[in-house]
Design a protein around this ligand. Structure first.
Ligand code: ATP
Ligand code: MG
Length: 137
C-alpha cells in the first residue's frame, strides 16, 4: 500500500479543525500510520518547500508555515497520494470543489489548511523529513 505525507497547516490547527480533517482521511479509507504536532523552525519550513525557493510567494509561505503548530501525518492506502490530493481539493480554495477539505476549511491560497505530497518521490522525501521508521506504524 502507498504512503503519503499530510500536513494540517497552522490556520486549520488554530481554527480547531484537526479532528474534522483527520476524519475526512479515515472516512475515505486512508489509514493514519504516523501523527505528531510540531512548530516548524525557519530552516525546517524553507527546507520542506525548497522546490518553491525564488517564487514570489516563498517568503510569506515560510512565515505562514512557521506561524503556529502543524499536525503532520503519514496516510496509507491504495493510491494514497492521488486520493489525498483529491480529498484536499485545489490549491486555491476559491477553485476547490465543494466537499473538499480546502473548500470547507481553507480561507485563502496562502492559508489553505493542508499540504499533501504530489508524487511518489516527494512522498518518500517528505515522510523521511518528519518521521523515522520507528514512528510509522
Ligand atoms: P502544498 O504543496 O502546500 O500541498 P499545492 O501542492 O497544492 O500545496 P504548490 O504549488 O506546491 O501547491 O504550492 C505550495 C503552497 O504555496 C500552496 O499550498 C500555497 O499555500 C502557496 N502558494 C502557491 N501558489 C501561491 C500563490 N500564487 N500565492 C500565494 N501562495 C501560493
Ligand atoms: Mg505542493
Amino acid at each position: 500500500e502507498e504512503q503519503t505525507l499530510s500536513i494540517i497547516k497552522p490556520d486549520a490547527v488554530g481554527d480547531n479543525h484537526i479532528g474534522a480533517i483527520v476524519a475526512r482521511f479515515e472516512e475515505a479509507g486512508l489509514k493514519v500510520v504516523a501523527l505528531k504536532m510540531l512548530q516548524l523552525t525557519r530552516a525546517q519550513a524553507e527546507g520542506f518547500y525548497a522546490e518553491h525557493e525564488g517564487r514570489p510567494f516563498f517568503p510569506s509561505l515560510v512565515e505562514f508555515m512557521m506561524s503556529g503548530p502543524v499536525c503532520v501525518q503519514v496516510l496509507q492506502g491504495d493510491n494514497a497520494i492521488v486520493r489525498n490530493r483529491e480529498l484536499m481539493g485545489a490549491t486555491n480554495p476559491e477553485e476547490a470543489e465543494a466537499g473538499t477539505i480546502r473548500a470547507d476549511f481553507a480561507t485563502a491560497v496562502s492559508a489553505n489548511a493542508v499540504h499533501g505530497s504530489d508524487s511518489p518521490e516527494s512522498a518518500a522525501r517528505e515522510i523521511d523529513y518528519f518521521f523515522n521508521s520507528q514512528e510509522i506504524y
